[in-house]
Ligand binder design. Sequence first.
Ligand code: GLA
Length: 656
Amino acid sequence: MKQFYLKFFVAITFILGSEFTTVAQTQDTVWLSSLDLSKATLGWGTPGTNVSCMGHPITLDGVQYAKGFGTHANSILYIRLNKGSQRFSATIGIDDEEKLSTGTVIFSIYGARQQLWKSSILKSGEPVEKFNINVSGIDTLILLVEGTSDGISYDHADWANAYFLVSGDKPVTVNRKMEEAIVLTPKAPLTPKINGPKIYGVRPGHDFLYKIPVTGQRPMNYTVSDLPEGLKLNLNTGVISGKVSKPGRYEILLTASNKLEKSSRKFTIVVGDEIALTPPLGWNSWNCFACAIDQDKVKSAADAMINSGLADHGWSYINIDDCWMVQPESNDPVLGGKTRDDKGNMNVNKKFKDVKSLTDYVHQKGLKIGIYSGPGPKTCAGYTACYQHEEADAKQFADWGFDYLKYDWCDYERIAKDHSLPELKKPYVVMHQALDKADRDIVYSLCQYGMGDVWKWGAEVGGNCWRTTGDISDDWSSMDGIGFSQAGHEKYAGPGHWNDPDMLVVGMVGWGPELHPTRLSPNEQYTHISLWALLASPLLIGCDMTQLDEFTYGLLTNDEVLDINQDILGKQAGRLVQLENMEIWVKDLEDGSKAVGLFNRGMFSGKIVLKWSDLGITGKQTLRDVWKQEDIGVYQERFETEIPPHGVKLIRILTK
Ligand code: GLA
């Protein structure tokens, strides 16, 4: 890449005793945009070299800049200066491509564990800010752009005209150092332990399917007492199936035994109107395979969920995302063809040979299976969707045996008149009515990225969960921006209807044929899973389950963490404290205890104090480290701890 240098001769005057000595020192100008900006992480879009994050010329308050770094909150860029640079300067603001929007950001610069400079809150359409700061003696500089409490939407931020004055080593962008990946989750005991949700909802007369999640040495035997009429247990596999026609609340006792021990746990089956009484736990194909998904990969995912032992911790849905249908107007021999058959039923593309045999395959394992479509003529990836075929398609999904439908707005944008509430709700009501006519429990997952504050009306249009944000990616900016912007949504979540901040990005992900290990650091992954558990979010694994490493497995199989997510009260955590980069989130649990996440969103480790007075509790309290599954001790009035950068301490304050 072409380097841009400007020679500066700076006269530096030293005072030596009483004499004045003048030394001429050369300084180069190194433009920020001459560095490799692909190392930046962005909450959305692509790092722009001399362009915005959308690829347009950098334009701030009506002025176009030839040079600069176009980014999007939350954004981080690490630059190794090696003490070689003296000054850094730039003109900053929100790009005019979002002039009429409501973006708000704060720029800041860190070095030597200190904040060197911070902007005021910059808003769309407002004047720029300029700075020129001293960076001499700094080893690594960190450029940050953060969204404010309104989230990261429209936060297209530019570091325009940004350059270093350099007299020593040239600046280079670097990847940050990662901490060691330590598995905190203890190994499951060999004795039987029943895990997973404690409650399950099913509609009268509809298929019930539940595999009792149990860890422990095999072979395992299962018994269940007080099963309602219509259900039967497979004694060898622990799968309960059948149909219950009589509405009611059935308290049953699950028992699992192996040669070492016998273990029992209460389980409630609620036969009524509501399903998804706890957030769905499963897998979705998008974050790993995207359009490289095919029937064999779905089968392998189901095999892996069982063989890896994930199902023993309560994971149960195998969800196919986009790209299983025919691509309209395509001549591709695999993807093209007739989009629907003569009866109007949707066709699958040639990567999916026999859908019914696939759903049967998954069900035979005691797992459930999900499908994806949308209200537009096409899906996001350009495949056939449900527009004007909703009833037939809902029936077909049910006949095929699907248990979950993700319904993605995307191409409906062409159909909707505008983004008024009636227009936003319309397609979701239509599909809900269609699903209602189908003779099957299908978890209805709305995906429209939070438009019109969907959390306020998602339940009203029949949604069991609804995406609250745009798509997640496997970097801190994205995960942090999405996760921590969920504050305030907690009042809209509860059994049967959940806020969904998007699928998990731990393990091998990639959105296509090529997979890579998540770019989240180990601490960030603990933050991700802890926060999503506290948020009572649907947990959909987004990685290739056939390639689970020990660390990822530990993240996904901690029963005490999953219990927080699956707690039957169905409360979503809210933000209790926000002090600079430190945040405390609290979730009330059914047994009266509280799950508390102590988060450090900053780049340096720091102390955090949890005060009983903030929690509305008093006296001595026993605290438990949830990840390690061990009690920490008894504390009075407060608990103070050090949290590493981007890390978390997930604790439970136990009831006496
Ligand atoms: C949208 C959704 C993603 C995924 C893709 C599929 O971007 O938000 O989760 O389903 O569509 O094309």
